[in-house]
Design a protein around this ligand. Sequence first.
Ligand code: UDP
Length: 371
Amino acid sequence: MKYDYLVVGAGLYGCVFARQAADAGKKVLVIDKRPHIAGNTYTENVNGIHVHRYGAHIFHTNDKKVWNYVNWFSEFNSFVNSPIADYKGERYHLPFNMNTFREMWGVKDPEEAKAIIEEQKKELSGKEPENLEEQAISLVGRDIFEKLIKGYTEKQWGRDCKDLPAFIIKRLPIRYTFDNNYFNAMYQGIPVGGYTKLADKLLEGIEVRLNTDYLEEKAELDKLAERIVYTGPIDAYFNYKLGTLQYRSVRFETELLDIPNFQGNAVVNYTDRETPYTRIIEHKWFDFGKDENGKDITGTVITREYPEEWKPGDDPYYPINDSSNNELYEKYRELAKKEEKVIFGGRLGEYKYYDMDAVIEAALQKSRELV
Ligand code: UDP
């Protein structure tokens, strides 16, 4: 066989695995069905702006090893994500912190904010939260749930907050300090020059074939390598034979505007139910409005994100890790164990709402086991 590993999918998992395998002396071929590398982290240069084609990606981690690893391949800028929420024209800071509480209730100090939240969570009568709605109310009370969580979440997931798992809302920090950093992470930033450049660096010296659909050419491609690292949807691999896993998809509407500043922030979330999009991204602010030579960029590019239910043929973005989907995934995982030649990895291969740092850690771990 010509290769030790065929890596299916040039997203972060595939790029990191391929790099580690190649560095260990293995022969690796990476394929992707899209015409570009970097998976959903793909960024494209439009008039000097790195446009995040498949939604905003802000790298953040508490894992020093992962941080050191990515910094080996790219410099990172010091961007800190501080989104603004718009609820019917009212503006709030995110994540939920003293600025949000002040804007919502006019409170000045942490004790006052805590007292209001304690009062509002009494409606749960001490019950352990069992779904996203109860979890949100127990963390921040009903006012914030109604204005900043309910509409956004129902648009994002296409489901009632009572039918969604609690862990989704635990992704967001809640703080009694005036700190608008969206992430509780020691390390944060955006790769200088964009994510595509980072992926390119990870794949340096490794053979890549684009526009190559593994599942369409499986029989031929399988003959090329001893082992396959498959990072596509696990249910698609098995031709959906046990049923389809559900995903949320996103439709992006991107505009190039001839103005210097559209919204004054990289991310503005629209948290009401009526606005059809969840957020508007203004890409230039991920790089402080500067091009690679440090010059102010004159125009701007914005993207509206419209969540959609996924149907076969669409790009899957978010696995819906509720109990029925997780059960179906477990059945696919049993099938996957029998595919001795194949390793399933990444957000789609493991049907897991992974952040980028966790994907990298998982790929590093797998490569340590195997190569
Ligand atoms: N969320 C919310 N209001 C917001 C932002 C987020 O209710 O303004 C909730 C929503 O349920 C979302 C979850 O928090 O799905 C996680 O948000 P995150 O920003 O981590 O989602 P991602 O960036 O992965 O789309």
